[in-house]
Design a protein around this ligand. Structure first.
Ligand SMILES: Cc1cc2nc3c(=O)[nH]c(=O)nc-3n(C[C@H](O)[C@H](O)[C@H](O)COP(=O)(O)OP(=O)(O)OC[C@H]3O[C@@H](n4cnc5c(N)ncnc54)[C@H](O)[C@@H]3O)c2cc1C
Length: 506
């Protein structure tokens, strides 16, 4: 990519430039620009499911309620056929199911939430990094001077190439046919994913979708056409009848398993950050592509917001925040690739083997087992195993409001961009980090009304008191939950202040 020095168009100074991005990025309140080569959100096809963890993320950013009515719940724990227990065994999770919903629907809803300009039909043609920022030129002659840039420009990322970041891995020579179609069949309908076995292999999967649609994945050898895919589905579903009434989308998916050598330029210390397919690609099995991209976005946006907006950042905190994104998300991406690689190869085996591989890797497929402990992240201070463990997802526990019998869920109190500080069994006097934290006091059992520092259920800046059955009577420790709803710290005394003090000065 040649650097465009002509700069004939407008010039803009912003905090953040996002390049591409079918998945959601942004730092509310800062100045951002999205430059997108396409004319708008996706119209049809591609990803088809939001997993349990993604639904939690989208609840915290206040979008889930808009998506729930547009999709259907799948694998909701009420299995009609021989199946695994991987959804029903999920604890502290409000949505133990996939939300089946097309990527096009998700992209449209997310686009409506963006509160900064989007330049559609505009391509980034050059990017260069200086000590203090990033300079971007587009094919419309626009120059954007940005403090940071997110490269979410897909698997063929021009930004990744421009930065000479390698993208290596394997290609198992497997191509899937993918159909979004309306069918007429005498096969019993159910809202579950069905894998069909034929001649000892599991080459067809049927996935229920919104609007009564069906998604089929078909693994074919040789030439891949819609007719051959439909013939294969008929053969797998025989003796049942299936008619394809209207096919909305037919495509192919050529499996590649690749990961970028770093997700942050300049070996983790730079200002250009890769996310989504620009950083990692893998087979569609397990439906982890869009989900992992959304998880990248959720992991990155609060960090970037802290870096560009927070006047009280401690020295060195910006690098810690961004570098830990690389540590955490690159480790997870490699694991996601490995899970998808095992799954796609298991389609050449029996359905029983395929389903048992799903069972073993359910933590990734549901997203609920993804964790950042023990991988050297600067933002995780390792702690003992318990329901509260640094590096693990924060459990979505039920809380009883102080002095009432009203219950709420922890995630419904969380607000993206803020840390949750939980004084479990304690009654800490809150004096620090007020702008970036929501404070809760959690006690055992059902509480009678107990004022805390003169307040009981006060504003977001004050500690609010709840009771919960996960709290034991002799508990007395503090938990810091990061804005991405991962636990960063668990400990006693002033340790939580030291944890936050490595990043913020007040
Ligand atoms: C056939 C198919 C089926 C799939 N099925 C599933 C599934 O069932 N489940 C699942 O989870 N995932 C699935 N995926 C994967 C999923 O669609 C991707 O993981 C997801 O779209 C990644 O989002 P992204 O924003 O990182 O990249 P993309 O969605 O690829 O978006 C990148 C965007 O960047 C734009 N762009 C590129 N270069 C530039 C530039 N220089 N300047 C400006 N803009 C640029 C592109 O136009 C593109 O719109 C499927 C993908 C395909 C192709």
């Amino acid at each position: 990519m040649a650097k465009n020095e002509s700069n004939l168009g407008p010039e803009e100074d912003v905090d953040l430039a996002i390049i591409g991005g079918g998945t959601p990025f942004g730092t509310s309140g800062s100045s951002s620009r999205l430059i997108h080569a396409k004319s708008g959100p996706l119209e049809v096809g591609r990803a088809d499911a939001l997993n349990a963890r993604t639904q939690q993320y989208l609840e915290v950013v206040g979008i889930l309620n808009k998506l729930l009515p547009l999709g259907i719940k799948c694998n909701n724990g009420n299995f009609k056929s021989r199946q695994s227990q991987w959804w029903t065994s999920l604890e502290h999770c409000t949505h133990p199911n996939f939300l089946m919903i097309g990527q096009s629907v998700v992209e449209k809803v997310l686009k409506d939430e963006l509160d900064f300009p989007v330049y559609y039909q505009e391509k980034v043609v050059s990017i260069s990094e200086t000590k203090n920022g990033v300079i971007i030129h587009t094919d419309r002659g626009r120059r954007i001077n940005s403090r940071y840039a997110i490269a979410a420009d897909g698997a063929r990322s021009t930004v990744r190439r421009a930065l000479n970041i390698s993208f290596t891995g394997t290609k198992p020579e497997m191509v899937w046919a993918v159909l979004d179609t309306f069918i007429d069949t005498d096969f019993p309908l159910c809202s579950e994913i069905i894998t069909f076995q034929l001649r000892g292999q599991s080459r067809v999967s049927w996935i229920p979708r919104e609007r009564g649609m069906a998604r089929f994945y078909v693994l074919l050898d040789g030439e891949i056409t819609q007719t051959r895919a439909q013939d294969s589905i008929r053969e797998h579903m025989a003796p049942h009848r299936i008619d394809f009434v209207k096919t909305e989308w037919f495509s192919t998916f050529d499996v590649k398993e690749r990961i970028a050598s770093t997700f942050v330029s300049n070996q983790g210390t730079g200002r250009v950050i890769l996310a989504g397919d620009a950083a990692h690609v893998h087979s569609v099995n397990g439906g982890q592509g869009l989900n992992t991209g959304i998880a990248d976005a959720f992991s990155l946006s609060w960090r970037l917001a802290a870096v560009v907006k927070n006047a009280h950042l401690a020295p060195g905190a910006a690098v810690k925040l961004i570098r830990s994104y690389d540590t955490e998300r690159r480790t997870v991406a490699q694991e996601v690739i490995d899970v998808a690689a095992t799954l796609v190869r298991d389609t050449a085996h029996t359905a029983k083997q395929y389903v048992s591989t799903i069972q073993k890797n359910a933590g990734y497929i549901t997203g609920m087992g993804v964790s950042y402990d023990g991988i050297g992240s600067e933002l995780i201070q390792d702690s003992e195993q318990s329901i509260w463990k640094a590096g693990k997802r924060c459990p979505d526990i039920q809380l009883v409001c102080d002095g009432t019998d009203k219950t709420i869920r922890l995630y419904s109190i969380a607000s993206y961009g803020k840390y949750l500080v939980l004084f479990v069994g304690g009654s800490e006097v809150v004096q620090a980090f007020r702008d970036i934290c929501t404070y809760l006091i959690l006690r055992a059992g059902i509480l009678v009304q107990t004022p805390v520092n003169g307040h009981n259920t006060g504003s977001q800046d004050e500690a609010r008191t709840f009771s919960s059955d996960v709290v034991a009577t002799n508990d007395n420790f503090t938990v810091v939950v990061r804005p991405d709803m991962y636990i960063g710290y668990v400990g006693n005394g002033d340790g939580w202040k030291q944890y936050l003090g490595q990043l913020y000065t007040t």
